[in-house]
Design a protein. Structure first.
Length: 142
């Protein structure tokens, strides 16, 4: 519901702490959402969970960063080669290509996240319509 007010850039993210409760009839109730939640290990179990969560987060961040750097590097090398070849460049088209194909959140195959990681992709802005939510939301919710 608040997505329209979020700053959108493929180079930033924010972590939220979501609290839910499940009642005796297995209904799930949303309790609260905390932006930038306090991450303090109040028990050994919570400390272990937080350490693993941060490790998983760094793996995800670096996978996306390395993927983007690979695409940017390839783009720059191709751009350089086209200049050396004396090609006339369409800068508007290059800008569109860079913004919509290069500088996006997409993992390259060699930088896939390990299966042990707890990360689960629930939305992909590179996909249009309800498919972006892997068909987990009805069309009315989008």
């Amino acid at each position: 519901m608040a997505e329209k007010s979020f700053y959108k850039s493929p180079s930033v993210f924010e972590m939220y702490g979501l609290d839910f409760v499940i009642d005796e009839e297995t209904n799930i109730w949303f309790i609260e959402c905390n932006p930038s939640p306090q991450m303090v290990g109040t028990s050994e179990r919570k400390t272990n969970f937080l350490v693993q969560m941060i490790k998983d987060l760094f793996e995800v961040q670096f996978a996306y960063l390395r993927s983007r750097i690979k695409r940017v590097n390839n783009f720059v090398h191709a751009f350089e080669q086209r200049i050396k070849n004396g090609e006339k460049l369409n800068y508007s088209l290059l800008k569109h290509q860079f913004n919509n194909q290069i500088n996006i959140n997409r993992l390259e195959p060699e930088f896939q996240i390990s299966p042990e990681n707890s990360f689960v992709l629930i939305m992909d802005k590179n996909i249009q319509g309800s498919s972006a939510y892997f068909n987990n939301l009805s069309h009315e919710c989008i």
